[in-house]
Write a protein that binds this ligand. Structure first.
Ligand SMILES: [Zn+2]
Length: 479
């Protein structure tokens, strides 16, 4: 009986949903994205081929900014001290709804749009996080909304934020510091993924810092007693960090990249350097671990009898979830229905899975139901977190790669340069623009999203985790 009741409820909810008609404005959104489809695909493929990495995304940023300008947006370039950061604005007055677009690639994972590992340019960068799709998909959403404003169907302002260097240094922190979201009511973002859902999970807070040791060089055999080894200190430091792992909360992650461990074997190294990263599910849990990990550099320096220096690089907040916004996004995903794939695309997906040792199940095009928000979600980190502590933020994940695809890998690059990625990008543009339309049309929905943001943020005062001074643009960077 209980089961029967549940099934009846389920069927009722399905039929209630299927009766929900797509509005005229949402039809216009879908038509707009379809109208710009070929241009969006070309733009995405160009950025995919360029594969420019953090703060080097000059041509990619220009392609997006130029296209926005051509579509009638007012574009402000080189904002917040970053040549590749920009804001494109259309419309006037309230509400102000914005969307984020990333476009940086990852070093060393160049790949052709084929389902087996085969670099496009050996050793070059590749879009292993799908940011070519991310930037263009978001701009497509902004353009669709702009067209509704232009035709007088909705009133307000739409903004597209071109946000550089997500993979390193986290460009959005400086944009937040410059107050770029101060007049924005709600921000929308998405990310390429192996699944489709309104994303109501947080991410990990993280902090990056540099540890350097300064010793005394000497001949490694003839007079090593004259040497004080910076690499001894580095080894003692990482040993300390690896012991420390046992005594942190299970939610903490620590990793390091040794950037300089000496140059040759017959010299006692007088300099060493590593890039250290600490993460936790909350910034509040991360900060004490960060303090302790910094202090350990002093201990290592004492043991090796060398000098040391610790310098903050940057750090980001965990994402502040917004379930009210997630529910609006979810309703639009259900209106759109799942992405449909051709047989060739499913075969492509299976080949990717075969090549990466995964079960060959093809694409996951289901629209996941809105999940419970987990206390400790795990996963990675994003500088969308910093935006989400400064304005109400709604997140979306859309399938752009087959199920279980290893992320930040050649497999993601492959899918981002062909129709599987393109379909996800166009879908994301529609879902985000439809959600933005809901917020423009219904002040109550907008207020609910903003109220949840205020409640979740509470009394916490946002403090950007960055050193004073300009962003670390190449050429600007001091050692
Ligand atoms: Zn990413």
């Amino acid at each position: 009986m209980k089961h029967l009741l549940l099934i009846t409820c389920y069927l009722l909810s399905i039929s209630a949903f299927s009766q929900k008609a797509i509005t005229k404005n949402k039809k216009s959104i879908v038509a707009s994205v379809e109208k710009h489809k070929q241009e969006m695909i070309s733009l995405s493929d160009e950025i995919w081929t360029l594969a420019e990495t953090a703060f080097e995304e000059n041509q990619s940023a220009k392609l997006l900014a130029d296209y926005a300008e051509k579509q009638g947006f007012k574009v402000e370039r080189s904002v917040a001290g970053m040549p590749t950061a920009f804001v494109a604005t259309y419309g006037s007055g309230k509400p102000v709804i914005s969307v984020l677009g990333e476009f940086d690639a990852l070093p060393g994972i160049s790949q052709t749009a084929t389902p087996t590992k085969s670099p496009l340019n050996e050793g070059a960068a590749g879009h292993g996080c799908g940011h070519n799709l991310f930037g263009v998909g978001s701009l497509g959403a902004a353009i669709a909304v702009k067209e509704l404003i232009a035709s007088g169907k909705i009133k307000g302002t739409v903004k597209f934020f071109g946000t550089p260097s997500e993979e390193k240094y986290f460009g959005k922190i400086w944009m937040v510091k410059a107050g770029l979201w101060d007049d924005v009511d709600v921000n929308i973002s998405w990310h390429p993924s192996a699944k489709t859902e309104a994303d109501v999970q947080s991410s990990l807070a993280l902090v990056d810092f540099k540890v350097e040791f300064f010793g005394q060089a000497a001949h490694a055999a003839m007079d090593p007693w004259n040497g004080r080894s910076a690499s001894d200190a580095l080894e003692l430091y990482t040993t300390g960090i690896n012991y420390y792992r046992e005594h942190v909360e299970p939610t903490v992650r620590m990793h390091y990249h040794i950037q300089d461990g000496g140059q040759v074997v017959n010299v006692v190294p007088d300099y060493s350097k590593l890039w250290m990263r600490v993460r936790d599910t909350k910034r509040s849990g991360m900060m004490p671990v960060y303090e302790r990990a910094m202090k350990m550099a002093e201990g290592a320096a004492i043991m090796a009898n060398v000098d040391y220096k610790v310098s903050l690089i940057s750090g980001i907040y965990e994402v502040l979830v917004n379930r009210e916004g997630g529910a609006i996004m979810q309703s639009n995903l259900e209106l759109l229905g799942p992405i449909k794939y051709t047989e060739e695309e499913v075969v492509f997906g299976r080949k990717i899975q075969e090549a990466t040792g995964k079960e060959q199940v093809g694409m996951d095009s289901n629209i996941n139901p809105l999940e419970e928000t987990k206390e400790n979600p795990g996963g990675g980190s994003t500088d969308v977190g910093d935006v989400s502590w400064n304005v109400a933020n709604i997140n979306l994940s859309v399938t752009t790669a087959p199920k279980d695809t290893p992320w930040h890998s050649w497999a993601v690059v492959a899918c981002g340069g062909m129709s599987i990625g393109h379909k996800g990008m166009l879908y994301a543009a529609k879902a985000m623009a439809m959600t933005m339309t809901d917020l423009f049309e219904d002040p109550k929905l907008l207020e609910n999203v903003k109220a949840e943001y205020k409640e979740r943020k509470g009394d916490e005062v946002y403090e950007a985790i960055v050193p004073d001074g300009p962003p670390p643009i190449p050429g600007n960077t001091k050692k």
